[in-house]
Design a protein around this ligand. Structure first.
Ligand code: C5P
Length: 218
């Protein structure tokens, strides 16, 4: 099979990760979690102790860290300077700081270039993030923008993380605001993206619709 790139964007809790992984498994394709890359850089920035508001220092740490990420949809690992950080990048410290780090233009330039390399190498891949259809892979074969009501998104995230719904809702709203209003590559719907509201849809229904769209497009 030839090249096939699927871009999946949307806010946190829209179902992106589960949908993207399942779609990749079904297609026999690779999978790239770009959020995990921003999280791993954030872990390295926190460990370095530099001030999060100092964009130059944050960019310097990002440029120096040896970041590696797998693309197996059934299990990938992330390492930063040789340290496995799969658990750490999901913690509250990293989640609280990641939007600030992801707003630094030099961090984005670095990761967008790495993401393009990984996509070119994989050939067939489902890529999830905030700016995949708009910036990273504007020539993707299918662009999807997943949304869901704020309540549904908070519900899902708090079930995944076993955290309080109200606190999760506040954190999601804060991150969405930062991710949508930043100057560098904000979360945005690509003009040619298929928009799917997943509030009332099950994971399998969403995956089935995306597979149908891919079949239609040959
Ligand atoms: O998807 P996830 O919640 O893991 O993403 C964590 C954060 O990384 C987002 O809140 C956003 O600030 C940043 N991000 C980004 N661009 C991407 C993927 C994630 O800015 N393509």
């Amino acid at each position: 099979a030839g090249r096939c790139v699927v871009a999946v964007d949307g806010p946190s809790g829209s179902g992106k990760s589960t949908v993207s992984r399942r779609l990749a498994v079904g297609l026999g394709a690779r999978y790239l979690d770009t959020g995990a890359m921003y999280r791993a850089i954030t872990w390295a920035v926190l460990r370095s102790g530099v001030d999060l508001t100092d964009a130059e220092s944050v960019g310097k740490v990002a440029a120096e860290v040896d970041l590696r990420i797998g693309t197996d949809p059934e299990g990938y690992g992330v390492t930063a300077d040789g340290v496995g950080v799969d658990a750490e990048i999901r913690g509250t410290e990293v989640t609280g700081a990641v939007s600030a780090v992801a707003a630094v233009p030099s961090v984005r330039a670095l990761l967008v270039a790495r993401q393009r390399e990984l996509i070119a190498k994989a050939g067939r891949i489902v890529v999830e993030g905030r700016d995949i259809g708009s910036v990273v892979a504007p020539d993707a074969d299918l662009k999807v923008y997943l949304t869901a009501s704020e309540a549904a998104r908070a519900q899902r995230r708090s079930a995944e993380d076993a955290t309080d719904v109200a606190a999760t809702a506040a954190d999601l709203a804060r991150r969405d605001r930062l991710d949508s209003t930043r100057k560098a590559d904000p979360l945005q719907q690509a003009a040619d993206a298929v928009v799917l509201d997943t509030t009332e849809l099950g994971i399998d229904e969403v995956v089935d619709r995306l597979r149908a769209l891919l079949t239609e497009r040959g």
